[in-house]
Design a protein around this ligand. Structure first.
Ligand code: ADP
Length: 449
């Protein structure tokens, strides 16, 4: 209402001025009608000029970019300027909020591990995240508004997109290298489509490994079971002498033992996979560990090999004792099993300059050809299957060793050459190694506290 009051005030001022002019002119012109007309005209003109100036100021501001404030006039024009500016600012704030929300939404899709591609009704790319660009070899900026079928030319992809039946995902070879992509399309709004892509290389590899594993386990168990069935049939159908019966029972025992060892190794692997990593607070003396492993190797060899063990390290390692014992024990057992009679087996340790500790087993056995080395720790991988089975091997020993080392933050190192023996070593990280002297100092310090 304030602007109406100001208007009335202005009108009164104009009437007053008009009346004053008319009075002055009446004396001078001696024509009252003309003087009155001039008075009214001057008052109206004054009002018009004032409105014109203020209206022009507001218009100039509106024609510009409205970054500065609207002209702060009083009355109608001031009120108009203020209201227009407020509406503009509110609109700008709403737009900025929406822009921020859109940006956050796009950043969230950008952060997705899956590819997202938005297509319009003409198959033109509206937007795509970096993962989709990587999956389909696109440029997120340059390829905007390009037809996706001109850029991703795989006929299976083009057919899938045009068929419109998107119930099952499409499997595509990854255009960037070995592996597969799973692609699925979702429709939204009026004919717009969302193409979602996922790299399933790792999943497929794991699935293939699982299938191989099950097939291998079944095969390994079926072989002794078939042999056992044969023996049972023989015992049931043929009259055997006492000596033959004893021999068959010994063979049956061997097959049963083979299955037991296999099941026990499988359980060890499952346990290693399912249990938490060993902590770094249980310390085991390296010398004790090596001495036990060496004693077991001597017993297994039964004098067939020269076995030496260097165990004066005065070191301790942190980890799970039974796991570490089984890991280094596996290497020593393999050395005994694969080294022909009369060969030499050395067991020892080496502290590297970076503080990592190597526990190694060296043998003068047949050695292993280079091409087998990278696959040696795979489950059921054997270089010489018959030698492995003859000596009671399951093909799981080195994969157990590798697992144990990974759980301790270390690794299994293998060096071997055909005809020149093999070097197997467990490499433990420096954080899991300490000298016994330090340990004792710490213990006595703790006791004196
Ligand atoms: P296995 O139970 O068959 O011994 P491992 O996983 O322990 O299974 O070993 C995998 C394969 O590596 C063995 O089948 C064998 O061919 C080879 N191998 C392991 N240790 C030695 C070694 N010291 N000398 C020669 N070959 C070895």
């Amino acid at each position: 209402m304030s602007w109406i009051g100001f208007r009335i005030f202005l009108a009164l001022v104009a009437i007053g001025l008009g009346a004053l002019i008319s009075l002055l002119l009446q004396d001078w012109l001696k024509m009252p009608v003309v003087a009155n007309l001039i008075g009214v005209a001057s008052a109206s003109l004054g009002l018009l000029v004032l409105d014109g100036v203020r209206g022009h100021r507001l218009l100039s501001w509106l024609r510009g970019n409205q970054e500065s404030s609207a002209p702060r006039d009083t009355g109608l024009w001031g009120e108009l300027g203020y209201r227009v500016e407020r509406a503009l600012r509110l609109r700008e704030q709403a737009l900025a909020r929406e822009r921020l929300q859109l940006q956050q939404f796009l950043s969230a899709i950008e952060a997705s591990p899956n590819g997202v591609l938005m297509l319009d009704t003409q198959d033109q790319i509206q937007w795509c995240n970096r993962v989709a660009a990587d999956h389909f070899s696109l440029d997120p900026q340059r390829d905007l508004l390009q037809r996706v079928t001109n850029l991703v030319r795989s006929p299976t992809f083009v057919d899938y997109l045009h068929q419109g039946l998107y119930t099952e995902p499409l499997m595509l070879p990854n255009p960037r290298g070995p592996g597969s992509l799973s692609v699925i399309v979702r429709c939204y709004a009026d004919g717009l489509r969302l193409v979602l892509s996922q790299d399933v290389t790792e999943r497929e590899r794991a699935e293939a490994m699982r299938r191989d594993f099950v097939a291998n386990v079944s095969h390994e168990i079926r072989t002794p079971l078939t042999v056992l069935t044969g023996f049972i049939e023989t015992m049931g159908s043929l009259p055997l002498t006492e000596a033959e019966r004893k021999r068959v029972i010994v063979l049956m025992e061997q097959q049963t033992q083979r299955m037991l060892t296999l099941v026990s190794d499988l359980l060890t692997l499952a346990q290693l996979e399912g249990s938490p990593r060993p902590g770094g607070d249980r310390w085991i003396t390296v010398d004790g560990l090596l001495a036990r492993v060496s004693a077991d190797a001597v017993a297994l060899s039964a004098g067939r090999h020269r076995i030496s063990c260097e165990a004066k390290s005065q070191l301790e390692i942190a980890g799970n004792e039974s796991e570490l014992l089984s890991a280094i024990g596996n290497l020593a057992t393999n050395a005994v099993r694969y080294t022909p009679d009369g060969g030499a087996i050395d067991i020892g340790w080496r502290l590297q300059a970076d503080g990592c500790l190597q526990l190694w087993v060296h043998d003068t056995g047949p050695g292993i050809a280079k091409e087998h080395l990278p696959r040696l720790a795979e489950r059921f991988y054997r270089v010489d299957g018959s030698r492995s089975r003859e000596t009671g091997g399951t093909g799981l020993g080195l994969s157990i060793v590798k697992h144990v080392m990974q759980r301790h933050g270390g690794s299994l190192q293998i060096e071997s050459e055909l005809g020149r023996g093999s070097d197997f070593a467990l490499l433990l990280p420096a954080v899991r190694v300490r000298a016994i002297a330090i340990a004792e100092t710490e213990t006595s310090a703790a006791a004196s506290r």
